[in-house]
Design a protein around this ligand. Structure first.
Ligand code: AHM
Ligand code: MG
Length: 350
């Protein structure tokens, strides 16, 4: 091999030693599919732009007390919008006119979001949770945006609810943005999971975490253990197993931020399981808290793409047919073995 011949390195990692922007990476991924039209590529660009705009706003959230807090007037006498509503509007406004989408849906809104009549429609469907964990904003804890992209099911015209209620296994792409100590966008189009870190000084996302795999040896379990008394026996016993109480496994450390994107992100990189089980805390809501189409399905897609699993405790999340936009389901996601173990406990004790 000649001194400057790095072909062996290139074969292993095509980006070794290169500076890879998110645009370059997404375009390279598109080239894998000879028939690709570039439409999905452009939707991903639009989401990356939305992420930058939302990131710039969330990092200034602590200034709202000085500049005017949400729903109150700022010093200029303008009403300051709540951040989750702001994030919702940004995602909507960047995607309503492009002709790439048939319909959208947002966790912030009760019904589907039709593409306005004066704009063309396209082949894809975008579902998003614009600012998940937004109650954490006030205390400066990480929050995130979650997105899911499907092909439309209906043949033509404006998209409908049917287009939005698809099984997670039919996802074309999914991802999240975490607004943490740095802003990262993590996504998959079914070719592995890739993470990009935003350089806020120049406003560009760079590939920082190519081909993320959940480490085989888990470190953490993440759950709101304050609600333990409201869980089923299977989930309680599972939690004791994670704590190593039956001496068959080493105890895992418990970490819980209370912001799904941040908890998921940590476990994706460090290994572990996140769960929000069904509980009896609120009699009107016994299926857990997290929403199938906005939160669970996209995170399940990412987990599986990274070598992990996601389940309701009895069923694979990606196989679930949603029956309503805001349907909630119990959610276990992370290392395959830990998710399988949850299923075992639930099968044996519930
Ligand atoms: P939200 O969509 O209203 O923000 O609620 C979802 C959030 C998740 O980010 C997080 O994992 C969970 O709710 C925390 O709930 P709890 O406070 O019950 O532990
Ligand atoms: Mg949410």
């Amino acid at each position: 091999m000649a001194v400057n011949d790095d072909s062996a390195v290139v074969a292993k990692d095509p980006y070794a030693g290169k500076i890879v922007t998110i645009e370059r990476f997404i375009l390279d991924q598109q080239r894998i599919y000879p028939d690709a039209t570039g439409t999905l590529t452009n939707i991903l660009y639009d989401i990356a732009l939305a992420a930058k705009i939302i990131a710039s706003k969330t990092t200034r959230a602590g200034l709202t007390d000085i500049l005017g807090s949400a729903d109150k007037e700022n010093v200029q006498g303008e009403v300051v919008q709540k951040l989750d509503e702001y994030a919702d509007q940004i995602l909507f406004k960047l995607n309503d006119h492009t002709g790439r989408l048939a319909v959208m849906a947002s966790e912030e809104r009760a019904e589907i979001i039709p593409i306005p009549d004066h704009f063309p429609v396209g082949p894809y469907v975008l579902l998003y949770d614009p600012l998940d964990g937004s109650s954490n904003i006030d205390v400066n804890v990480s929050v995130g945006t979650i997105f899911a992209i499907y092909r439309r099911k209906t043949a033509s015209g404006r998209g409908t609810l049917e287009d939005c209620l698809q099984k997670g296994r039919d996802l074309v792409a999914a991802g999240y943005v975490i607004y943490g100590s740095s802003t990262m966008l993590v996504y998959s189009t079914g070719q592995g999971v890739h993470g990009f870190t935003l350089d806020p000084t120049i406003g560009e996302f760079f590939l920082s975490h190519p081909n993320i795999r959940i480490p085989e040896k888990p470190k953490f379990y993440s759950v709101n253990q304050g609600y333990e008394q409201f869980w089923s026996e299977g989930v309680q016993r599972y939690t004791e197993w994670l704590q190593g109480k039956d001496k068959t496994a080493k105890p895992l450390s418990m970490r819980y931020i209370g912001s799904l994107v941040a908890d998921f992100h940590r476990n994706l990189l460090s290994g572990g399981v996140y769960y929000y089980p069904a509980d009896t805390k609120d009699p009107g809501q016994t299926s857990g808290k997290l929403r199938l189409v906005y939160e669970c399905a996209p995170m399940a897609f990412l987990a599986e793409q990274a070598g992990g699993k996601a389940s309701t405790g009895t069923e694979r999340i990606l196989e679930m047919q949603p029956s309503a936009l805001h349907q909630r389901v119990p959610f276990f996601v992370g290392n395959s073995l830990l998710v399988e173990k949850a299923q075992e406990f639930i099968r044996d004790f519930d």
